[in-house]
Write a protein that binds this ligand. Structure first.
Ligand code: GAL
Length: 357
């Protein structure tokens, strides 16, 4: 008869083999259970939004960053925000990293309207939708474009300055030509000024883009305009408040600040303070909180695979992009209280602090 210890060893062997098998198979019923594959709408965990910004150099972008983060968080989404400081290669590599880190939707403020098309292709290859924020991406099939009506920005600037200076020599200080907005703003300006130009009432004696929207470049251009025209300048339209600040420094150097009407955009604090003290005539206010809440809402919808309907589309050279264009407002010394102060964009104390009022 087979000794007891050898029969024991065999039994243990079998038991061990069975356990091993069970572990491998995880039990038939288990193996059958489907690991849930994330579907478009039932994504596990919060929706993750990637926000690729050109720069944080101008005051407004700090507001965009903070208000967007707040708006997305308030809707249960996570946001990862990066800024490229005006560097195209960096913006592209930052976006690639966001895509690799598993974002569900990409929101982008392009530094260069053309160069960022590459990012859209990469995002789409990864099944990620793209929203162009404030500035259009050109020549790529972006999913949505949300901004302010930039042509209207230019119209508001030109209407205000034409009212103040119906006749005379004008200087146009445009923004960065890599930014699609500057072409829309300028079109709006010329749409308003053209009849007066055709009548010979006004003459644009200097017209220059501002590399990278840099105030120091705007200052240099304005100094050149003053020199080339023996200071015979009657009005200046600058594409934003940062460049208007550079213009006003150049006017100051010639003892002309406060004499020559200047238009800007963005309702920066320094600009509204200049409006109070009289060295700047007007600015265009764009309620950033409207833009951030809309885009946060729409980004979550796109991430869930929901369709977004818009009443407007903008052609970006590749396709008719579904678009939303928000309304800007002209701001001058007469309506600061009803606009930027009423909205809490700036406090009354801040606005009047420089004027000591
Ligand atoms: C534009 C934007 C403006 C301005 C500028 C400079 O695209 O619409 O508000 O600030 O960029 O960054």
């Amino acid at each position: 008869m087979e000794p007891i210890w050898s029969r024991m060893v065999k039994l243990l062997g079998v038991l061990f083999a069975a356990c091993l098998l069970a572990a491998c198979n995880g039990g038939e019923p288990e193996a059958q259970k489907e690991t849930p594959v994330p579907s478009e709408t039932e994504k596990e965990g919060p929706i993750k939004i990637g926000f690729s910004m050109d720069t944080l150099k101008e005051e407004r972008w700090l507001k965009d960053r903070d208000l967007f983060r707040e708006a997305a968080k308030a809707r249960g989404a996570e946001v990862e925000i990066v800024a490229a400081n005006g560097n195209d290669a960096l913006q592209i590599s930052q976006a690639e990293t966001l895509i690799q880190r598993g974002i569900d939707v990409l929101v982008i403020v392009p530094h260069n309207a053309e160069a960022t098309a590459a990012i859209v292709h990469k995002a789409h290859k990864a099944g990620i939708k793209v929203i162009a924020y404030d500035r259009l991406v050109k020549n790529a099939a972006i999913d949505l474009y949300v901004s302010f009506d930039n042509e209207q920005v230019g119209k508001l600037q030109a209407q205000a300055i034409l009212e103040a200076v119906p006749k005379g020599n004008y200087v146009y200080i445009g923004g960065a030509p890599t930014d699609n907005n500057v072409h829309l703003i300028k079109k709006g300006v010329l749409d308003v000024l053209q009849p007066a130009i055709d009548r010979g009432d006004i003459k644009i004696v200097y017209d220059q883009w501002t590399e990278d929207w840099a105030p120091e470049n705007a200052l240099a251009n304005m100094a050149e305009a003053l020199k080339a025209n023996n200071n015979q300048i009657d009005a200046v339209i600058a594409a934003n408040d940062a460049t208007a600040g550079g213009v006003i420094k150049a006017l100051e150097a010639q003892g002309l600040s406060g004499e020559i009407p200047v238009a800007g955009q963005d309702a920066e604090l320094a600009a509204v303070q200049r409006i109070v003290t009289g060295t700047q005539t007007m600015t265009v206010y764009k309620p950033i909180q409207n833009l951030t809440t809309q885009v946060a809402e729409l980004a979550i919808q796109l991430a869930k695979g929901e369709e977004v309907m818009t009443s407007v589309s903008v052609n970006n050279g590749k396709t008719e992009v579904p678009s939303i264009l928000l309304a800007p407002t002209a701001v001058n010394a007469g309506n600061l209280a009803d606009t930027v102060i009423a909205d809490g964009f700036h406090s009354k104390d801040e606005v009047y602090q420089e004027a000591g009022k």
